[in-house]
Design a protein around this ligand. Sequence first.
Ligand code: SAH
Length: 530
Amino acid sequence: MLEAEENQGVVYLIGAGPGDPGLLTLRGRELLMQADIVVYDRLVHPAVLDYARPEALRIYVGKASARHTLTQEEINALLIRHAQEGKRVARLKGGDPFVFGRGGEEAEACRAAGVPYIVVPGITSAIAAPAYAGIPVTHRDAASSFCVITGHERDDGKESGRRTTGSAEGRRDWARLAHAADTLIFLMGVEALPEIVARLQEHGRDPQTPVALVQWGTWPQQRVVSGTLADIVDRIREAGLGPPAVCVVGEVVRLRERLRWFDDPQRQPLFGKRILVTRAREQASSLVELLRIRGAEVLEYPTIRIERLKDTNELDKALQSLNGYAWIVITSVNTVPVIAERLEALQLDARAFSMTKVAAIGPATANALREKLGIRADFVPTEAVAEALIDQWPDSEMRGKRVLLPRAREAREVLPERLRAMGAIVDVIPVYETVAVKLAEAVVENLMTGSIDAITFTASSTVKNLMQALSRGADDLEVRARLRSVCLAAIGPVTGQTLKEYGFEPTIVAEEHTIAGLVKALESYFAQRD
Ligand code: SAH
């Protein structure tokens, strides 16, 4: 309701979650997409910021920024000033805004200034970091309560710097805290760890109580060190583990042995691997998802963007007279939403296809057809390439039959040529085009620092576009040299061949030319290499 009001500024206090961008809430994303200004802290994953509109102003107010001198009062003033100018201001905070995030103070400031605000709770690191370490904060057998405690008496949500030492620490009621719950969870507690473990033991917690520190919980660089109240300080020092970390104290920590998953190399073969996925954003999600659930950190680089062609005249006409076509061939998932949209605009539905057989290039396209149009493909070749489609073409009598082929503006001619050779009358209708996008600086930087482990290529066009984008950069040669030490993974031989044409030997050519096949190939590659 609030966000719809015209010319009325508003502050969205949004919890960005603990790190993993998938842990942002739907509501958070929705409001972020509407924001004119995003004011964000450290510990907010950069991919979360990508949800904001490109033209939205992004203001970093975390530590170690040019604005690191901004006090809480100045941040409050910043939010209020922009909202009073009629802007929608998203205040993005790590974890949950009301768990040691000073979100309460920002809400109070808004209230005092008469600026409307919306609070979107986030997944707090207090629960999520242990969860990603395989530690449930409660468990029927081990703990029936948990308590979240700050390692600092009062904090601004930023590591160190503003630590209030000595007297503040001394004022805490450790006798009460030590027994406040079965599971004790300390945030901002790394520096104060020696003090924390000493006080807990002093006040009667067993020195053998298990303790774990989860650093960068839910991030690809997550690290966990466990021990007991008696030895955790030494272990942390040995491991060189610093902030940001959540410290969990209690019997539940033992469950990690059985429940470890996210950072378990056996279960997560791609854990900690940084993989660049070069696909159009619109079609990237299934690959990205499959890689993420295997623990990879995925950088999405839309080397190509799918743009629908504005002129839909030809397509509209064809859809209105689909009856006249014996076959329609769908060669990409990208075609499906275009057709869905045009059917809707023409007030047609799946019945338009009743006289026409449908061929889909591969399982993903067939799925999209089923999901978006409610249509089952009559034919899907065993391999998702044009050659297989035509080799396995099920209709032996094509003479005089009409085939509709809606597809990308720039595509190979194999299909129409071979269908025509079979005697078919083929209408090729370009419905979208792939547009190369400027190579994001972050990607180049990651390449240059050697922090990308693999790059996936799911179509020849992704190779071409990445190469073109690279050749426009100033450090072309250096970047190309770096590319040679990265695993270049092609979905199939055609894409692999395109890599070769650019002078790069594909490290992987998936045996099964599907997204799943590509993921499988990456898994075995890293399993063998590590
Ligand atoms: N509002 C945040 C907490 C802000 S205080 C939340 O709900 O999570 C900052 C502290 O949170 C850090 O010092 C650290 O203790 C903890 N923290 C935040 N993100 C973390 C992460 N990904 N892994 C481990 N600890 C994290």
